[in-house]
Design a protein around this ligand. Structure first.
Ligand code: MLT
Ligand code: MN
Ligand code: ZN
Length: 310
């Protein structure tokens, strides 16, 4: 058994984003229901319904914990958390900065690749996570690792890029950002229960579908996948920014090289878009984009979405 709760289905900035008045953000503020507000990218997974692992830790984690009774301290303890561990798929600010909220001398474990652990290690602000309580563990490509009670992950590299705040340094050091290359900067995860009966894939950031990734995902019962943008240049044409989805390390949903086309032949039973940016019109319940995603068999994650795998 695996229980999955989507804590935050939005990409960095959330929906609405504090300084954005695009069509989607404005609709989210209007309260009409056309766009349901979303917090930033994170899921919680439990193999026993009691102890939880957080996958990616957004700056909204405080609100997300407050909103989910499963994640509250148990009765009879003054200090307690059902959160056993945090697993990171990259060092992007929307996935990492929530760790600063999960402080206060509470024991739990953090799992990430060496590359991402290095980002944490070289930023002294993360010393607020007292090393006496919070232990850090490396995830290695294709190495099955236990991350919680009865809960395992198999990490694999996916096309991505270094975190935005480290781009300039990487350019200075290596003269190239290697966007779309498979490095320890960005991983996907197969997440599964001890007996292996329940499993799914969590890939909130991916710059492109590769043949090995397509083979890995073929026939999966559930994939939660990067839904950042609908089309590559939507931030540019929406006058929201200068960057394309590709430049940010995200493949788009639509188009010949998009994720909907890439998944069409893979026979995945349940496909859920997650990490959805507020520029993406798929968030509008009555948009043609939403209808197209529906027709292609995709679900659009929302905060509080709960999935049980048996
Ligand atoms: C991303 O998903 O591309 C990043 O979260 C962007 C950011 O760092 O804000
Ligand atoms: Mn992000
Ligand atoms: Zn917006």
């Amino acid at each position: 058994m695996l229980k999955i709760v989507v804590l935050g289905s939005g990409a960095g900035g959330g929906v609405p984003q504090w300084n954005c008045n695009c069509e989607v953000c404005a609709a989210a503020r209007s309260g009409t229901g056309e766009v349901v507000p979303r917090t930033q990218s994170s899921i919680a997974v439990s193999a026993d319904g009691e102890r939880w692992t957080i996958f990616n830790c957004s700056p909204d984690i405080r609100q997300q914990v407050s909103d989910r009774a499963e994640l509250w301290p148990a009765n009879g303890h003054y200090r307690h958390t059902p959160i056993q561990s945090v697993v990171l798929t990259n060092a992007d600010v929307d996935h990492l900065s929530g760790l600063l909220i999960l402080r206060e001398k509470q024991a739990y474990e953090v799992f990430a690749t060496e590359t991402v652990l290095d980002v944490i290690a070289e930023n002294p602000i993360f010393n607020v996570l007292d090393p006496q309580f919070v232990s850090r563990h490396a995830l290695a490509e294709n190495k099955v690792t236990q991350v919680g009670e009865g809960l395992f992950v198999e990490p694999f590299l996916v096309p991505g890029k270094v975190a935005l705040f480290n781009e300039e340094r990487m350019l200075a050091e290596e003269d190239s950002l290697k966007i779309g290359e498979e490095t320890e900067n960005t991983i996907g995860l197969k997440i599964f229960s001890e007996d292996g009966d329940a499993s799914f894939f969590y890939i909130p950031g991916c710059a492109m579908m590769t043949t090995p990734l397509a083979e890995r995902l073929t026939g999966a019962s559930l994939v939660m996948f990067d839904g950042t943008v609908w089309f590559d240049s939507e931030m540019v044409s929406g006058k929201l920014g200068a960057k394309t989805g590709q430049r940010m390390g995200h493949m788009s949903m639509s188009g010949e090289r998009g994720s909907m086309a890439a998944f069409a032949p893979l026979g995945v039973e349940r496909k859920v878009f997650i990490h959805i940016n507020n520029s993406n019109r798929v968030l509008m319940e009555s948009s043609p984009e939403r209808a197209e995603a529906d027709a292609a068999g995709w679900e659009i994650a929302y905060d509080g979405m709960t999935i049980e795998l048996r």
